[in-house]
Every structure is written in C-alpha cells, then in structure tokens.
Ligand binder design. Structure first.
Ligand code: FAD
Length: 400
C-alpha cells in the first residue's frame, strides 16, 4: 500500500508552519515528504468534512470509517510486514504520520490500540498462525483492540491481577474482570493480562500471561462505565468461564509481565502523550501571536519550547525502538513530562483564549477547551500514573 495524497487543499497548521516543525530528529527527504503527505491528507479530509479537529482524538475520537480510510493510505499497521498487509515502515516513519494526524485532531481511537501496540506485539511474539489471523484485519483498520490490564483492585500494582486463565485439555478457561477498558464497548478484541499460575508473593511478577480474546466470545460481558467522556467510552469487561483455544496465548506462558512491560514502553513514549491538546494549543498560540501582547507571547513561547523538547525526546524513543533497544525509562520520562505539559497547556490556553469551555459549542475555541477539560483528569492517570512513572524513573537512575 502506498500513500498517494495530493498537496493540501487547506493551509497546513499555522503553528506547525511558524515553528517549521520539521522532524525533531535527523530529517531525510523521505521523512519530510511523508510528513507533508500526512499533513495534506489531514487537511484534505478536514476540508471534505470527514472530521472536525478535536482534543484527545486518539483516545476519544472513535470513527471506524476514518480508520479504514487511513488504512487505505497504508497508515494503520504501518510497521507491520507487507506480507501481513502492513506497510513495512519504521517506527520513525510511523511517528511522523501519527504526529501530523494528532496535530490535526483527527479521530484515531478506533485503530489506536491495535496499531500502536497489539499489532507490533503479535508480530513480535505471535505464532505464524496468530500473525496470519490478526495482522491483516488490523492493517485494514477492521480489527479494533482494547487493553485489558487494570482490574478493580489492580491498577498501579499490575502484578496483583486476579483474572485467571486455567489450562483445559484443548485451551484455556478465563474468569475475572477488567476495568477502565478504553474502547471496551466497541472493540473487536481484547489483549488480556491474566494469572496462569498461582500467585507467589516471593515472585510477584511470575505466573502472568497475555491472552487474545475476541470480544464476541461467549462469557464476555461488557458494561459501559459512565465518565466525563460519555457513556460508552470506558468499560468494565467481565469474563465468566470464557472458553478459549490454545492459541489464544500470546507469547510465552508465564512471561506476561516482561511482555506487558515492553508493551508499556511503546504505550507511554508516543507523541499522543503530549499532543492530546495540540488543536487547542494551536488556537491559543495563534491568538497570542495575533494579539502581540508581550505576556501572552511569553506564555505561548513557554508552551512551544516545552513542546519542542518533548517532540525530540519522543522521536528519539521511536528511533531507539527501530534499533531494537529497550525504552522503558525514556518512555516513562516522555509520559511523565508530556502529560504534565498537557495539563498545563489547558490552563495556558484558557488564559490566552478567554472563552468559557463548552464541548458542544460551535465556537472552536470554546469547544476544544471544553473537550480538553473533559479529558484532563485522565492525562496523568491512563497508561500508568505519574507517581508510578516517577518511581520507575528513579529506579532506572539507580541502576544506570
Ligand atoms: C481514561 C482512562 C483510561 C484508561 N484506559 C485503560 C485501558 O484501556 N486499559 C487498562 O488496562 N487500564 C486503563 N486505565 C486504567 C489506568 O491504567 C489506571 O487507572 C492506573 O494505572 C491507576 O490505577 P488505579 O486506578 O487502580 O489507581 P491506584 O493504583 O489505586 O492508585 C491510586 C493513587 O495512588 C497512587 N499510587 C499507587 N501506588 C503507588 C506507589 N507505589 N507509589 C506512589 N503512588 C502510588 C497512584 O499514583 C494514584 O494517584 C485507564 C484509566 C483512565 C483514567
């Protein structure tokens, strides 16, 4: 699959242009071209009414049609091998495309988890049969995934999960419950972290495994959790005697902790951890520039300086992943600093724009501010809280 988008019908982002936000690492002509293609695609799609820019679009913008449109461009499952329908691109190339789509506020949630982590995990750990089954629909944007890690009493302390998968003669029997499952109400499948051996307090991280669970398997019950993001955004997923085949197991039995830890590095390091509010930031910075007011410009400058630094950090993690290196601590750094930036950026935008937040307003500034405020409490929680990340960073320094 190749990207064949025409040049933008609408002007690209003013802020992006003003800052010449080129690739935050060594830019090649190919990367620059890819960035311009993604920018043009987003501008054209927006001009065609395919989406209205929104905050937190990777988390709250569920639009399967848009995901399929992106897949046709080769931008879902970008890093998956071509033999499985992927585009065979690098993590750095994916970074460039994703950054442009996030900056545009395009709806990415329907393919986000599958594209970012389940696809690459299945490619890395799966059998040939698992790859053949799961990767092509992921790359077509036709298979959405949800992350089943957290439980009612196991959020930060994932090693204490109680969901249990027991071996049967020809597979697994799954019992337990997951909570705060993003997209759980709509997802086609879940990747579930479960205990496959009794809990051993002396080896807390042992005995965990990951299982691929189609959402329509009998015994899977999905209950929506009402939140600020709407009635069907988060879900509780209950597993009652769910019968799964032997090849539901992803990777190695008992190695779930190591597998999840590697996955979390990918989950935490991407540009979504500091660009959730970008459409709002862009409006606010543009307003500051128009006003010419010195204190407004100082605020805008501060935001943009932080943004630039975060982009460089995140880009370097993508490059590190391309080299097959581990990135647990750098990823924690990106997420800790990035999500704090997101929280602060909302306050700066509120001050610069001077509008009342209203997520359903026709005024873009009021609407984006309303959306950002709705998502803000989650920024520093989802994917691991900032307290937990700071502990991880400190331990990383100790062993460095
Ligand atoms: C919007 C949203 C979407 C989410 N999506 C998903 C999803 O798709 N899949 C999924 O599996 N989970 C998801 N989560 C769950 C998220 O990962 C957990 O909420 C998070 O890990 C915290 O766990 P907890 O809620 O159980 O809080 P707890 O672990 O009970 O923590 C409560 C507080 O105590 C602090 N704390 C806990 N332990 C320590 C410690 N050792 N040191 C210092 N402070 C500590 C925490 O930082 C936090 O402030 C989502 C959460 C949100 C808010």
């Amino acid at each position: 699959m190749t990207a064949t988008t025409a040049r933008p019908a609408a002007a690209p982002s003013a802020v992006v242009d003003r800052l010449a936000l080129d690739d935050p690492g060594p830019a090649t002509p190919q990367l620059r071209e890819l960035r311009l293609q993604a920018r043009a695609f987003a501008a054209n799609a927006r001009a065609a009414g395919r989406f209205e820019p929104m905050c937190d679009s990777w988390h709250a913008g569920w639009d399967p049609d848009f995901s399929r449109l992106l897949a046709k461009q080769g931008w879902v499952g970008m890093t998956l091998p071509t033999e499985y329908g992927g585009a065979g691109r690098t993590a750095v190339e994916r970074y460039v495309v994703v950054e442009e789509l996030l900056a545009a506020g395009a709806p990415l949630a329907a393919h986000w988890a599958a594209d970012r982590q389940m696809g690459p995990s299945i490619q890395r750990l799966g059998t040939a049969a698992q790859r053949a089954r799961w990767l092509p629909p992921i790359a077509r944007g036709e298979c959405s995934f949800a992350i089943g890690m957290s439980e009612p009493d196991s959020g930060s302390d994932l090693a204490s999960v109680r969901t249990r998968a027991q071996r049967t003669d020809d597979g697994w029997r799954l019992n337990g419950a997951k909570v705060w499952v993003t997209g759980g109400y709509h997802a086609d499948a879940l990747l579930v972290l479960a205990r496959t051996a009794p809990h051993d307090p002396a080896q807390r991280h042992a005995g965990l495994s990951q299982l691929l669970v189609p959402a329509n398997t009998p015994g899977v019950t999905v209950r929506p959790i009402r939140s600020l993001l709407g009635p069907q955004h988060l879900a509780e997923v209950i597993f009652t005697d769910v019968v799964l085949p032997a090849d539901a197991l992803l990777g190695v039995e008992g190695q779930g902790w190591a597998q999840v830890t590697a996955e979390l590095a990918v989950e935490r390091a991407g540009p979504e951890r500091f660009l959730s509010t970008f459409p709002l930031v862009e409006l606010a910075v543009s307003a500051a520039c128009r006003s010419g007011d010195r204190s407004a410009l100082a605020l805008a400058g501060d935001v943009l300086a932080q943004l630039w630094t975060l982009r460089r950090m995140s880009f370097r993690v993508a490059a590190r992943l391309d080299r097959g290196r581990s990135a647990e601590v750098p990823a924690a750094l990106v997420k800790e600093l990035g999500t704090r930036f997101e929280v602060e950026s909302v306050d700066v935008a509120r001050r610069l724009l001077g509008v009342e937040p209203d997520a359903s307003s026709a005024d873009p500034a009021a609407r984006l501010l309303g959306q950002a405020l709705r998502s803000l409490p989650a920024f520093t929680l989802r994917g691991g809280t900032n307290e937990i990340l700071r502990g991880l960073i400190a331990r990383g320094l100790r062993t460095a």
